[in-house]
Every structure is written in structure tokens, then in C-alpha cells.
Design a protein around this ligand. Sequence first.
Ligand SMILES: Nc1ncnc2c1ncn2[C@@H]1O[C@H](COP(=O)(O)OP(=O)(O)O)[C@@H](O)[C@H]1O
Ligand SMILES: [Mg+2]
Length: 185
Amino acid sequence: MVLTKENLRKLMLEKLEKQREELRKKRSLSIKDKLFRLKVFKEAKTILFYLALKPEVQTRTMIEEALKLGKKIAVPACDIKAKEIKPCLLRTLENRHLKEGACGISEPFLIRPIDPAKIDLCIVPGLAFDLSGNRLGRGLGYYDRFLSRLPESAHKIGLAFKFQVLKRLPFCLPHDVRVDKVLFA
Ligand SMILES: Nc1ncnc2c1ncn2[C@@H]1O[C@H](COP(=O)(O)OP(=O)(O)O)[C@@H](O)[C@H]1O
Ligand SMILES: [Mg+2]
């Protein structure tokens, strides 16, 4: 079978769905530890996280602990009409302050956009990555468009389970924005 973006997405979605809950939790915590040990994380004042869907690398504990450390946290709100991600302030993970946005992804109930130029660190989800930081998303290009407009100073880190990291993603195009580092477990 020829490996295409589309069949790799399908394969990764299946693997993500199949992964047992305990493993997903355990690996996500180990990825959190790796993230919190990084100098770029320690020094970051404003961090864009993502609010994970069930099969993805989980970010709740990361966000809770980062809030306790006094970091300013933003998460994407998806604007379907404009086909873009808007980074919005997240002060708490309490359910009553969240709502379901596009594609079943949680977002803040009150949308308070932040200036993307203020983001020091951007935590990026993905279906697959390679060791050079190439990334495969869900196929809508939201993060490619968003990341391409971020200032150079913003560090980009992808989070993944080990099975999502390949030696090389063969079909990346010029519009695909690379991350600076991939953390996986
Ligand atoms: N910087 C960009 N400007 C305009 N369109 C873009 C840009 N980046 C991506 N796209 C659009 O998004 C579509 C999906 O991108 P793709 O890289 O296949 O998805 P994903 O990154 O989600 O896996 C592309 O076909 C392209 O038309
Ligand atoms: Mg892409």
C-alpha cells in the first residue's frame, strides 16, 4: 500500500482510538514531565495549549499545573467561517467555564482573544510527526495557517505518543509548518 497523508491519518486515528485509557494517561503524564523540564517551558510566560480530544495526548494536568505556576494560558477557539484558530485566554478548567466548540473540541465559554505575538510557547497536537518536526494534522490546515503567522520567537512543541512519531513524513509540503521539537512517550 502506498503511504499517503490520507491513509496515514486513518491508521493513526485507529491506533489512537485503540490505545488503552491507562496507557494514554500514563504516557501523557510522562510527556508532561518532559515538557516541564524544558528551559523554554520554564521561561515561557504565555503558553498556547490545546484542549485534547479523548484519544489525544492529554493536556488537562499540564494546564492545571501550568496555571498554578502562574503561567498565562491560552487555548484555541476555532472560527469555522474564517477557517482560523483564535488563541483565547483560559483562566480555569472548570466545566462551567468551558463549552463545546467546533469538531467537539472544548473551548472557553467566554472568548477573550489574546495577541498571538505574546505567545512564547505553542503546544501543538498532531496525528503524526517525524524526527525533523514535520507534522501531519487532521487535514484542515488550521495549525499550519496559525503557526505560519506566529513570530519567530514563539517556540513550537508537538506532543505525541511514540507510535505517532515516524522517522520521516514523506509528503510534507511547503505550507506544512514544522515544530521545533516533538515530545513523546
Ligand atoms: N499557510 C496556508 N495558507 C493557506 N492555506 C493553507 C495554509 N496551510 C495549509 N493550508 C490549506 O490547508 C489544507 C490542509 O492542509 P494539510 O497540511 O493537508 O492539513 P493538516 O496540516 O491539517 O494535516 C491545504 O490543502 C491547504 O489548502
Ligand atoms: Mg499540514
